[in-house]
Ligand binder design. Sequence first.
Ligand code: PGA
Length: 255
Amino acid sequence: MRRLLIAGNWKMNLDRGHSLALVQGLVESLRSISNVDIAVCPPAVYLGELGKALHGSNIGLGAQNAYSKPDGAYTGEISCAMVKDVGCRYVILGHSERRAIFGETDQMVNEKLHAVLAAGITPIVCVGETLQEREAGKTQQVVRSQSIGSLKGLSHDQMLKTVLAYEPVWAIGTGKTATPAQAEEVHEDIRTLLESQFSKETAQKVILLYGGSVKADNALELLSEPNIDGALVGGASLKQDSFEGIVRAASSVHK
Ligand code: PGA
């Protein structure tokens, strides 16, 4: 049985006061949820303070990025040890915005992935096709090649500690969600790929999230699909009621 994970990716949103208020509200309202893993990934500057606010709660802290090198002259970057130091249990890697706007390649994502795993943090590695690629019938090819490139060199054990997120770029922040069937088709294919790269047993245990306009009112049908093990939530993670609704939907899923 795979335990569902709902992770909020706040991106570059919310100021300090609103961040703290949201976290305090979620700690209170989600206190009784014990069958779902929950995480929030705020902007890096607030991680330390929010880590303290989350301490002792059932909500994990995640960073939206971290660099692959342990220390040194890398202006503007933060290391995996640093994010761990402030209480992060998760790091999002290779989000499509990092790939498209900041030029991250599969190789860079792969280097970061090894560093995150070495630090004992759970990576959430994102893959997904653009609208153009989907319309050209290249979804499977793109998702497979990003997955293979990003996961290079992982042992079975490291693969088991890695979360993958399928996020079709055309569904991110657009209000256009992949249908449950569209998402499930890709998730199933990722699991088949993992089976060929690792083993059936390993592939069956890896947590595969869906991301792209997940909301409280579409979460249940997406999460009910057999190979969708949770969600990476952008816009709907910025408000207590919508994020809470998604977590509650996950909590009600029986597979
Ligand atoms: P969205 O973002 O939920 O706002 O579409 C998802 C993501 O980018 O992780």
